[in-house]
Structure formats: structure tokens, C-alpha cells
Design a protein around this ligand. Structure first.
Ligand code: UDP
Length: 239
């Protein structure tokens, strides 16, 4: 790792929706390949990468419960959706020549490894990208909380949350022309201003362990690379 690289170990959070591209469901192969290429380029620098991926492109427990499915069952379905996305991402990353391990918070032994913290850290040290599937493994949580939790567990330097917008805005920039982007916010500001960027429990976890979060737009080519080289694009959330 050279001087121009800011982080040794990162936790990248991708939403399931990030994989959809312009579709309204599932995975767009072009999009997952582009994202994988960018991740592989960052990996080439020697940065250790853990990834948490969501499942919102397939199922979300809250959405399923509106259509009459029991919430806990729906959350189980949502967690399984994140496993599917993790497998797709593993495949796409392997095509870029990187070694990848998927570790699931719920046991699915024929398909991927169990999440075991010490083994995850070993994978990272060996240069394997580690994809954390099935969130934290419990209903009523989201993969944002999983990203915070895993980042803290593996001693990541930062949570990099990839979104469809350039950072955290004061209001929805599509609906409100006066909306502006914050360069920096504190954890408490994110919570108090109810900036719907990450759920509160995910922010609180990071706040209590002083884990920085950077929100950025993964649709901007090269954004991830710029960030690991120290660029201040997006919005940083710290104490
Ligand atoms: N989920 C859960 N526990 C977790 C993580 C996820 O029950 O620890 C379920 C929940 O139903 C959630 C779904 O999995 O809606 C997909 O995750 P998420 O909504 O975080 O995906 P994203 O919005 O990032 O695509």
C-alpha cells in the first residue's frame, strides 16, 4: 500500500437496487460487471475489501408484509435475496480475476461459507474480497446495519455506502430546487435531521464506535477509486 492510498481495509455497502441498473427488478449484467471492475481496480492497489450487499432489487420484508406475508418470513426472504446478490457479485468479481468468499449470517452450507469473524479477517488478510451475505442474520434489521456491524467487527477504516445520488442532500434534489449537498455531517445531525440515507440503528452503531461513513454515487465512474485515494467526493459522516 503506497502513500497515496488512504485506507487499508474498507467496508463497501451496495444496495440491491444498485445492481438493477435501469431495470425494475433483478440484476443487470452490465451494471454488476461495471461495479465489479471498479472494485477489482481498487483491490489491485492492495486494499482489503469487505462488501455488504442488500436485497432490495428482489425482496424486502417490509414490502412483502404489505402484500400479506408475515414480516419475519418476509425478512427471511429478504435475507435470502442478499445471498443471491452476493453469489452474483462473487461470480462477477471472479471474472475480474479476484478471489472472493461469500460468508452468510445464516447457514447455507452447500452454497457459501458461514460468517465467522476470525475467518473473515483471515480471508481479508490473504487478499480475498469477502462478501457478507444475509445481513446480520436477524429479521427487523437492514443491510445498512449489517454494513456498520461488519465494518466494526473487521476493524475497517471506513464504511463506503454506494448510492444513486452524490451524497447526503438537505432535501430531495429532484423535487426541491433549493436542496444542497452536505460535505460533512455528524452522526447526530444525520439522526436529528432525519436524513433518510441510512437507518438510524446503522448510524448509531457507527457513532458509538466512531466508524466514519462516506456516502457516494457508485454510478459515477471512478468514484470508488477517487475516494480510496483520498478525494472528498460525496458526504462524510463522523463525530
Ligand atoms: N434483512 C433482514 N435482516 C438483516 C438484513 C436484511 O431481515 O440483517 C432483510 C429485510 O427484509 C430487508 C431485506 O433483507 O428489507 C433486504 O435488505 P435491504 O432492505 O437492507 O436491502 P437494500 O435496501 O440495501 O437493497
Amino acid at each position: 500500500v503506497t502513500d497515496s492510498i488512504k485506507y487499508k481495509r474498507i467496508l463497501l455497502k451496495l444496495s440491491g437496487e444498485a445492481l438493477m441498473g435501469s431495470e425494475d427488478y433483478g440484476i443487470d449484467p452490465q451494471v454488476i460487471n461495471r461495479i465489479s471492475k471498479e472494485i477489482a481496480q481498487v483491490h489491485q492497489l492492495g486494499i482489503e475489501i469487505g462488501i455488504v450487499i442488500g436485497g432490495g432489487n428482489i425482496f424486502r420484508g417490509a414490502g412483502l408484509s404489505k402484500s400479506g406475508i408475515d414480516r419475519v418470513t418476509g425478512d427471511h426472504m429478504g435475507m435470502l435475496a442478499t445471498v443471491m446478490n452476493s453469489l452474483a457479485l462473487q461470480n462477477a468479481l471472479e471474472k475480474q480475476g479476484v478471489k472472493v468468499r461469500v460468508m452468510s449470517a445464516i447457514g447455507i452450507h452447500e452454497v457459501c461459507e458461514d460468517y465467522i469473524r476470525r475467518r473473515a479477517i483471515r480471508h481479508l488478510q490473504k487478499g480475498n474480497i469477502t462478501v457478507f451475505a444475509a445481513g446480520i442474520g436477524n429479521p427487523f434489521f437492514t443491510t445498512d446495519s449489517a454494513a456498520s456491524l461488519r465494518a466494526i467487527e473487521i476493524n475497517a477504516d471506513i464504511v463506503l455506502k454506494a448510492t444513486k445520488v452524490d451524497g447526503i442532500y438537505s432535501a430531495d434534489p429532484v423535487k426541491d430546487p433549493t436542496a444542497f449537498k452536505y460535505e460533512h455531517l455528524t452522526y447526530d445531525e444525520v439522526i436529528e435531521k432525519k436524513l433518510a440515507v441510512m437507518d438510524t440503528s446503522a448510524v448509531v452503531l457507527c457513532r458509538d464506535r466512531k466508524m466514519p461513513i462516506r456516502i457516494f454515487n457508485m454510478n459515477t465512474d471512478g468514484a470508488l477509486m477517487q475516494i480510496v485515494k483520498g478525494s472528498n467526493i460525496g458526504t462524510i459522516v463522523t463525530a
